[in-house]
Design a protein around this ligand. Structure first.
Ligand code: ADP
Ligand code: MG
Length: 666
């Protein structure tokens, strides 16, 4: 009951006069004498109209419902206290359905607190638990309990340091505050409590994992890593890449199992980080495996990595569903022998028949395509669980990452390699389509390739497919064969068909790719320089950003053209504006968080990690930062929370949460 917090309060600390009411007045509380009342009107219009007079004037009160109850209560000449919202009827102020109570002569008039308003449900109401009854019960409850009944869960010094009120006071004041300051103090304390214990719980899990679960040790930086680093790196690493590599090296050298999320915007250069870490593993006589969500991506990774490592004495193979039986047999044998150091592939690499001699590192690209169960299989592939690095280009705002992934190791590449030509993003509406087509023509003439993306929303799939087909016909009319060739890819095609069409675009046999969002993840066609997104108001921000990331990968100036209808809602307009003005994935993710709220992140749905009662990771980021830092400081000094001072924390954790936390990637 105490945790059923009011969603707002009404101010009953002030007594107003009739005279001070004006058109800006919202709620008033007035004490006065009832002059008259009468029942008027018929049927729906039947109502009671009364006049209440205070020292300064007269105001009208009106009831349309509960007439018999009102009739019983009202008596001319009596004093009443009324509260309600002022509205105007025929230019006269009135209060419709005011709260009203009889004033006893000796009663002090104004109440000493803000009155809480609670949410309730129809069913609760039917059982006599409407908002007012809940308020009464809560009041009664608070009158019966004492400070000792609500155990404090913070050590004294934290309360002092952060100037937090104690837990008992917080519960009293969030329900029945004397004033706004009291309410704010209560909310602040309870928000901090929520965020702090969530942080403490996650950091405990993380530090326990670090202390207890044994991991593979990569303590040597050997010949492979060094040779590649000094002689074969095709470019200077960015300082963000260097920092991340150092973070990973620090982890893997200690003998604790790494479970790390590596975040970096599209094109930030995660692949080279993966390569260097795999070489580090090989230097320490361990095998690595890199998994990609699709065959095309796995193939692309293989091509990139095999050519990077061409002059190195290290063996790399590709294993996918379409690897031929003979090649597969050879790969499996080499894996089991330990001859093959780096395996790149799709889901095929986690099949039971794939056995490693000594797997030490697993890298998962674009994690969200892999289910938790699939990842769990990786653990069984080695006696000591391998280090796991999950790479994702979907930026997650810092506050979200802290709350959802606070128990994981976490690295960010927040810098793009130098020399990228920024992508120009523009917004066009449908009436400007022919100009857009002319622009495409000019780009194709320069030898570039074009993406045209159509939305596919599950609820309107049929309509969306029709639009896609219409769009395809339309594009074809502008760009007829044999001068132009167009690929089309969508989810209803058989996989083979899809792959053929995709390949034709990759190999530049076609100049235009018309597609739904199936091409979203990872596809790399550096020659593509224009991304056109049709009905772009239907896409979410992060999806738009992912799509835009398909261009700007080569040496040429690239463009993203967002086409929308001419009428846009506010949110859609804001999304489009954000895209036009912002290139940073992290800024876009922040904006997305503001617009949509945290929603959920893959795999965190059941964890409740983001379900706070009071706190919001959008508005309360300062409290969240403080909570995180304080939790870290406490655990650093007392990792098991075994000191007497931290007993309240430990007790509260034990009582409150056997909640499951999404504690491991695999
Ligand atoms: P992503 O993080 O999206 O996986 P990639 O690893 O595919 O990015 O890198 C994108 C492109 O940037 C590749 O062509 C890669 O060779 C190049 N690249 C990566 N790091 C650097 C760097 N430090 N300097 C210059 N180019 C780089
Ligand atoms: Mg990548």
């Amino acid at each position: 009951m105490l945790s059923h917090f009011p969603f707002r309060h009404i101010d009953r600390t002030q007594l107003n006069t009739v005279k001070e009411i004006n058109t800006a007045t919202e709620f008033v509380q007035i004490a006065g004498v009832l002059l008259s009342f009468e029942t008027i009107g018929q049927k729906q219009g039947k109502r009671i109209v009364a006049e209440l007079k205070d020292k300064t004037g007269v105001i009208e009160l009106t009831w349309f419902q509960g007439l018999s109850w009102v009739q019983k209560l009202l008596q001319t000449g009596q004093s009443y206290l009324v509260y309600g919202r002022v509205s105007y009827f025929n230019n006269q102020p009135q209060i419709v359905h005011p709260e009203i109570e009889l004033l006893q002569p000796e009663q002090s008039i104004a109440k000493k607190f803000l009155e809480p308003v609670y949410t309730t449900t129809e069913k609760l109401k039917a059982k006599g638990l409407g908002g007012r009854q809940i308020a009464k019960l809560t009041m009664a409850l608070l009158q019966q309990i004492r400070e000792k009944d609500i155990e404090e869960n913070f050590p004294e010094n934290i309360l002092k340091q952060l100037k937090l009120i104690n837990r008992f006071q917080a519960f009293c004041k969030i329900h029945f505050p004397e004033n706004k300051d009291g309410y704010d103090a209560a909310v602040n304390r309870l928000k901090f409590e929520e965020l702090f214990f969530a942080q403490l719980r996650m950091q405990l899990i993380k530090s326990k994992r670090h202390r207890s679960s044994k991991g593979v040790v990569f303590d040597k930086v050997g010949a492979l890593f060094n040779t590649f680093y000094h002689s074969h790196l095709p470019f200077e690493l960015t300082s963000a890449q260097k920092r991340v590599i150092k973070e990973i090296r620090n982890d893997t050298a200690t003998g604790r199992q790494m479970n790390r999320l590596l975040q970096g915007d599209v094109g930030s250069g995660k692949t080279i980080v993966a390569v260097l870490i795999m070489l580090l593993a090989a230097d320490n006589q361990f095998q690595s495996c890199l998994m990609a969500p699709t065959e095309i991506l796995a193939q692309q990774h293989y091509n990139t990595i095999a050519s990077l490592l061409e002059q190195m004495d290290v063996k790399v193979h590709l294993l996918t569903g379409s690897t031929k039986a003979a090649a597969r047999k050879k790969i499996l044998a080499e894996l089991a022998e330990g001859e093959l150091q780096i395996l790149i592939g799709t889901h095929a690499v986690i099949e039971d028949v794939v056995k490693f001699k000594n797997l030490g590192l697993v890298i998962i690209d674009e994690q969200h395509r892999f289910g938790v169960a699939q990842r769990a299989k990786l653990w069984e592939k080695a006696t000591i669980p391998p280090h796991i690095l999950v790479m994702t280009a979907t930026p997650i705002p810092r506050t979200l990452a802290m709350t959802a992934y606070g128990d994981l190791d976490y690295s960010i590449i927040d810098e793009l390699p130098p020399g990228r030509i920024p992508i120009t993003t523009v917004h066009r509406n449908e009436s400007q389509r022919s100009k857009v087509m002319d622009f495409i023509k000019a780009e194709i003439l320069k030898g570039r390739q074009i993406y045209i993306i159509f939305p596919l929303i599950e609820e309107s799939a049929k309509l969306d497919y029709e639009n896609l087909m219409k769009g395809y016909e339309n594009v074809k009319a502008y760009f007829p064969e044999p001068k132009y060739w167009i690929s089309m890819v969508h989810g209803k095609q058989p996989t083979e068909q899809k792959e053929i069409n995709m390949k034709r675009f990759v190999t530049h046999d076609t100049q235009i790719m018309v597609s739904t969002t199936v091409i979203e993840v990872g596809v790399n066609v550096p020659n593509a320089s224009v991304m056109i997104i049709e009905s772009s108001e239907k896409f979410g921000l992060s999806q738009l950003h992912q799509l835009r990331g398909r261009v700007g990968r080569g040496a040429d100036k690239s463009y993203c053209i967002l086409i929308t209808g001419s009428k846009l809602g506010n949110d859609a307009r804001e999304r489009i504006n954000t895209m036009v003005t912002t290139a940073s994935g992290f800024e876009i993710a922040e904006k997305d968080l503001q617009l949509r709220g945290p929603g959920e992140i893959d795999g965190t749905k059941q964890s409740g990690a983001l379900n706070f009662k009071l706190a919001s990771i959008v508005q309360d980021r300062e409290i969240l930062e403080t909570a995180k830092n304080i939790a870290a400081t406490i655990l650093e000094l007392d990792p098991e929370l075994s000191s007497a001072g931290n007993l309240p924390l430990k007790n509260f954790l034990n009582q409150s949460g056997k909640r499951v936390i999404w504690s491991k990637i695999s």
